[in-house]
Design a binder for this molecule. Structure first.
Ligand code: CAA
Length: 248
């Protein structure tokens, strides 16, 4: 059997790069999907993955656009074969309290963080079900579980991500396709670095483990759920938040 092919959206981002590396170390062929607009980020990414002997590639797409995702999947499947693993890690923030939030801040975020998982999953689910194997892992957030001041848009989308995972998990459970969510807490990424220092310091002080998460903390949870032998875990949410939010 040829090596499983994984596609990681947001693949050159704060968490995405490490998810790509982790999956490649687990023996997967990986395609990182991201916007092609930021060439210096792409160069940095290609540098970081240069020691993987070409097992990590890049494909440009705007995941907020359905037709862009259709072209993306057709292109990847004709060049590399069927997609076995889809990791939806692309996400943005547009923080503002609701009384200041513009419709554009709301809609931009929904288009990327929520429409994006529909646009990509819709392209791959049929083939995964036909072949009797698939792993879809969607990145939510602790802030989808708890809500966060200034994030009505983000919290709503991230709560929606897990609703999507649970519903799709039911639709595909008999076909060998699992759908799960990983909910990171606050991690050492540019997204979290953009939070005002005083707010961030208070958040870190409230994390029982006493530090921000690392991208590797998240990547290993994603790889765990993407494994061939994880077939009995579906519709689950795996929180990786240093104890910041505990629930049953
Ligand atoms: N908690 C409690 N009160 C807050 C607050 C907060 N985080 N932020 C602002 N306020 C209060 C202010 O003290 C002020 O109170 P008064 O009116 O009594 O003076 C009032 O709310 C100001 O409200 P504004 O609408 O003017 O808010 P703002 O513009 O000052 O701040 C914000 C808005 C910048 C979004 C700020 O709320 C904030 O930084 N929130 C946290 C955002 C955050 O954590 N984002 C996470 C990004 S990383 C990520 O999302 C990754 C992941 O998955 C974890």
């Amino acid at each position: 059997m040829s090596k499983r092919l994984a596609v990681v959206t947001g693949g050159i981002g704060g968490l995405g790069t490490e998810i790509c590396r982790h999956l490649a170390r687990d023996g997967r062929r990986v395609i990182a999907v991201d916007l092609a607009t930021r060439s210096e980020r792409l160069e940095a990414f290609m540098d970081e993955v240069s020691d993987f002997d070409g097992t990590i590639g890049f494909a440009p797409a705007d995941i907020s656009d359905f037709n862009s995702c259709r072209a993306l999947v057709e292109g990847i499947e004709s060049a590399h074969g069927n997609i076995d693993i889809l990791v939806n890690a692309a996400g943005i923030t547009r923080d503002a309290s609701l009384r200041k939030m513009t419709p554009e801040q709301w809609h931009q975020l929904m288009r990327v963080n929520l429409d994006g998982i529909f646009n990509t999953s819709r392209q791959v689910v049929e083939g995964m079900c036909e072949r009797g194997f698939g792993r879809i892992v969607n990145l939510s957030s602790v802030n989808g579980q708890t809500g966060q001041f200034g994030q009505t848009n983000y919290s709503a989308a991230k709560a929606g991500v897990h609703g999507f995972s649970m519903a799709l998990a039911r639709e595909t459970a008999r076909k060998g396709v699992t759908v799960n969510t990983v909910s990171p807490g606050y991690c050492d990424t540019p997204m979290v670095a953009a939070v005002a220092p005083a707010v961030r310091e208070q958040i870190v002080a409230d994390i029982p483990v006493g530090r921000l998460g690392s991208p590797a903390d998240i990547a290993r949870a994603v790889a765990f759920l993407a494994a061939d032998d994880a077939g009995y875990i579906t519709g689950a949410n795996l929180p990786v938040n240093g104890g910041y939010f505990m629930s049953f």
